[in-house]
Design a protein around this ligand. Structure first.
Ligand code: AMP
Length: 212
């Protein structure tokens, strides 16, 4: 099974991709996670892309396409995969075709902008151990303090409200055209991304089952 998860930043694509990769025994490929890993390890690629991630803007297509092409050649993708956060532009979708990849389904997780802003604005992270929190959905035991290492929590640069709004604008301009693109190929499934992660996951699995 070769799947893509499409949706605005903060739609919960990462959580859904994780669940689907377990459900269908396929590899989960998150370009955002790959990039964050490079930044953490201070690799050459990490140094090049940090500024894009901090500002919430898209990494240039050539860099992303290369990373994905290399990743898709790995053994664990033979059985299938779920791409989370790629493609994000029409040229990236076309690069997938050039790589000889035939997608089975593209799942579009639909969430209104204002919901995204509320969700992402509430995210907190521990600067020391990286543990994630949320002011409403996953509170630390003591307000704004990490449960694990007692450090004051921070708002990640790309979760700042101004950055989130910018990322949403970029999503509307660059990524949303992919909805029509995949609709015209008859492989798009749209699922409402409101509610808790489990409900959304059930909706996705049901839609995939109905359209298998
Ligand atoms: P994510 O975790 O998917 O929200 O991605 C975090 C950041 O990584 C994005 O804001 C972009 O800067 C970069 N990024 C991830 N995937 C892509 C992609 N397919 N194209 C361009 N930039 C990307």
């Amino acid at each position: 099974m070769r799947l893509v998860l499409l949706g605005p930043p903060g739609a919960g694509k990462g959580t859904q991709a994780h669940g689907l990769s377990k459900q269908y025994h396929i590899a989960q490929i998150s370009t955002g996670d790959i990039f964050r890993q490079h930044i953490k390890q201070n690799t050459e690629l990490g140094k090049k892309i940090q500024v894009y991630l901090d500002q919430g803007i898209l990494v240039p297509d050539e860099l992303v396409n290369h990373v994905v092409e290399v990743r898709l050649l790995q053994e664990d993708c033979k059985n299938g995969f779920i791409l989370d956060g790629f493609p994000r532009t029409i040229p990236q979708a076309e690069a997938l075709i050039s790589m000889g990849i035939d997608l089975d389904r593209v799942i579009n997780v639909d969430v209104p902008d204002e919901t995204i802003i509320k969700r992402m604005g509430g995210r907190r992270v521990c600067p020391a151990c990286g543990a994630p929190y949320h002011v409403r959905y996953h509170k630390p035991k003591h307000k704004d303090i990490c449960d694990e290492c007692n450090q004051p929590l921070i708002i990640r640069e790309d979760d700042q409200e101004a950055t989130v709004r910018k990322r949403l604008l970029i999503y509307h301009e660059m990524t949303k055209p992919l909805i029509k693109y995949y609709q015209s190929k008859n492989i798009l499934l749209t699922v409402q991304g409101m509610g808790d992660a489990e409900e959304i996951s059930e909706k996705i699995i049901e839609a995939l089952g109905e359209n298998a």
